[in-house]
Write a protein that binds this ligand. Sequence first.
Ligand code: KG4
Ligand code: ZN
Length: 342
Amino acid sequence: MLVLGIETSCDETGIAVYDSERGLLADSVYSQVDIHAQFGGVIPELASRDHIRKTLPLIRQVIADAGIAGSDIEGVAYTAGPGLIGALLVGASIGRSLAMGWDVPAIGVHHMEGHLLAPMLEDEPPEFPFVALLVSGGHTQLVRVEGIGRYHVLGESLDDAAGEAFDKVGKMLDLPYPGGPHVAKLAQQGSRGRFRFPRPMTNRPGLDFSFSGLKTFVRNTIVEHSEDGGLDEQTRADIAWAFEDAVVSTLAIKCRRALEHTGLQSLIIAGGVSANQHLREVLEANLRKVNGRLFYAKPSLCTDNGAMIAYAGCQRLLAGQVEDLPITAQPRWNLESLPAIA
Ligand code: KG4
Ligand code: ZN
């Protein structure tokens, strides 16, 4: 089945064509980062307006890149939530309308299910069941995954998401938006061991996370070490490293617990923060010790993209699920409420 995927939940317009027989045929992402960078965060109204400008031209381009015609498309998948409601409605309206015009089924996809299934697009996909660590700008969740739509959330962040903490620390360190990749880059110059930041909620049982206290710890450290001209370059890098290390260690401790708790040996990591190299290295080393296996997608499929939506939608369409005619999008949407597919 040939499926067009449309992702517009936040500040990236992601379009892809996925074929259940041949795999990913074309995939393109237009990032709005330059528009939002000047404000230090995503401005929802500007995001919606830019999706309106970019979505249709990008669909035309991706269909051409895939070497197909629009009339070849057999199903349309669009992100229906969670995300910014105006941005979601752009993708949902265009996706639903194209499907109606082409007379093919359409399906609204849960954004985090898209992330969760992105490693399935790699050459050696994981097999169910597995534990998934979802770490994006809006979510931090540990999920036991039995199959598509068979999700049990084991733990989640009680406050900031991991990516959000990276972005806020990036701002404190005067790095461009979004901070995550910039903090990671700066951390590479940091000296290990100069600072040690707390690993929140790891000394009590449970699989929930909290990153807001860590953020405050970073702020206090910055204030303490700032001279008149701010932080010196090495101290900035040392703080970035200590912060990244604290987040990575915290995530790793909870992942180990989740694997012990479920008795499973496969861990997948997904969402923007799963592109983080330090996180991958630490988890890989930990899993090797217990004969487990780590799975992740290539970096371009970790952050928001249309390919993950096309893939997830394709699985649901193949199982016979379709969206009714009304165009709906949900800014908040519980992952566990999704229907299972056999
Ligand atoms: O999944 P995503 O693209 O969008 C959401 O669904 O939120 O995740 C974006 C988040 C941002 O917070 C960004 O700073 C973070 O992922 N991120 C990273 C890295 N690359 C992206 N965080 C840490 N290290 C990275 N290399
Ligand atoms: Zn995302």
